[in-house]
Design a protein around this ligand. Sequence first.
Ligand SMILES: Cc1cc2nc3c(=O)[nH]c(=O)nc-3n(C[C@H](O)[C@H](O)[C@H](O)COP(=O)(O)O)c2cc1C
Ligand code: SF4
Length: 439
Amino acid sequence: MSGSRLLTSEDVALCDLPNVHPISYTRYLEAGGYQGLLRAAERSAEAVRDTVKQSGLLGRGGAGFPTWKKWEHVAVRHSTEKYVVCNAAEDEPGTFKDRYLLRHNPHQILEGALIAAHAVTAQTVYLYINGRYTEEIIWMQQAITAFLGNAFPRKFLSDFLTHLDIRVVKSPGTYVAGEETAALEVIEGRVAAPRQKPPYYPAASGLYQCPTLVNNAETLAHIPSILREGPEYFRNIGNGQGTMLFTLTGQVCRPGIYERPLGTPISELILTCGQGIKNQKNLKAFFPGGPSNAILLAEHLNVLLDFQALRKAGASLGTGAIIVMSEETCMVQAALEYSRFFAKESCGQCPPCVLGLLHLADTIEKIENGEGEAADLKRVSQITEMIKGRGLCYLLTGAAVAVESILAHFRDEFEAHIDAGCPFNLSASPLACPALQSH
Ligand SMILES: Cc1cc2nc3c(=O)[nH]c(=O)nc-3n(C[C@H](O)[C@H](O)[C@H](O)COP(=O)(O)O)c2cc1C
Ligand code: SF4
C-alpha cells in the first residue's frame, strides 16, 4: 500500500474495468490494510482529526472542500446519534472512479469510513452505493463480512465495533441522488430530492436531523494511508495535495482510470495516459472536471490538474472527469446533449430547474437543427444567466456554467448554425460524451 500510488496499483483502460476484482481481506492486511484504523484507534478523535488537517486533504466529491473542516463541524456537535455517509452514488457522466475503487479495493473505502466514524464519534456508517453497481455492492458486503468476521484483537477496536453499525444502502442510480442531502433522503426511505440548505446542512441537521458527515468514497479511501504513513507522506506527493483518480473519456485513444498526483499537467493525462486524440484528429475542447463545470481548450493543456490552478484558468477540478472532444465534435450538439441530460436529471422540485433547463435544451436544439435565429442565441445567454445560482442544489448552476462556457468559446459555431445550418456531418460526428448514452 505504500509508494506513490495511494489508491490503485495500476492504470486501467475503461474497457478493462469489468475484469478488475477486489483484493482479498488477507492481501489487504498483508499490504498494510487496517493499520490506519489501528493507528486511529490508539489516538483520540481530536488527534485523528488533527492528522487529517495536517495532511491538507481536499474532498474528491466535486467541491474540493477541506476534509478536516467537515469532520470538525460534525465532531463539535453534541448529539447522542451521529452518522457517517460514504457517498459512492456516482452517476455523473464520464465519472467511474468510485466504481473502480469499489471493484479494486472496497476495504480501503471501508477502512476510511471507519476511521471517519471514530474521528467524528459516529455510531453508524452508511455505505451509499450506486444501485446499478450490483457486483460492487456484493463485494462491499463481502468486505464488511470479512472485516467483522476477523475482528481486531485490540480492545478499543472490539469496543468500537460492538457499538458501530455498518449498513449498505443502494442509491437509485440517478445523477441527483449523489447530492449529499438527496442521499440522506434516500437513506431515510424517500425519493432523491435535495433539501433546502440552510437549514439542512448535513453536519448540523443530517440523517434523522442528527449531525452527519458525508464524504465521497475516494476522499475516504485516502484516509487509511494518511493515518498509517503520517500526514507528511501525503503532503510530499505531487504539489502537496496527494493523488487523485482521473476518469478520462471521450475522443482519446485510451480512455481509462488514471491515478496521478494533483499538480500533473493536463497534457500528461490526455496525451500520455490517453495516448492522444482518436483518429489522429486535433483536440478541440475538454471538460477537466466533469460536465457540471466549464470547458477548456487545447491552449490550456499545460494547466495543472489541481483545485487552485483550474480555478485560475476559469474551470474546476470537480470529480476529475476529463471528457475530451476532438475537432470533429459539433459544440452546439455538445451543448444540446448536456442541457438535455441535465433537464432529464432534474428532480423537479424547483421551477427554474424544470422549466429553465427544458427551455434551454429546446432553444439549443432549434439552433442545432438550423432553425435558430439571432434572438435564440441571446435567449441561451439569458436562460443561463437566469438559472445560475438558483435551485436547491448545484445541478442547475452546473448546467448553466457548462453551456455558458461552450457558448463563450464557440460562439462562432452557434452563429454558423444560425446562418447556414450545422456544418458538421452529425452521423460521423462523435458524441461529446459517450457516457451520456447510458443515461
Ligand atoms: C447533482 C449533484 C450530484 C452529486 N453527486 C455526487 C456523487 O455521486 N458522489 C459524491 O461523492 N458527491 C456528489 N455530489 C457532491 C455531494 O453533494 C457532496 O458535496 C460530496 O459527497 C462531498 O464529499 P467530499 O467532501 O468528500 O468531496 C453531487 C452534487 C450534486 C449537486
Ligand atoms: S436545482 Fe433541480 S435538481 Fe436541484 S433540487 Fe432543484 S429541481 Fe432538483
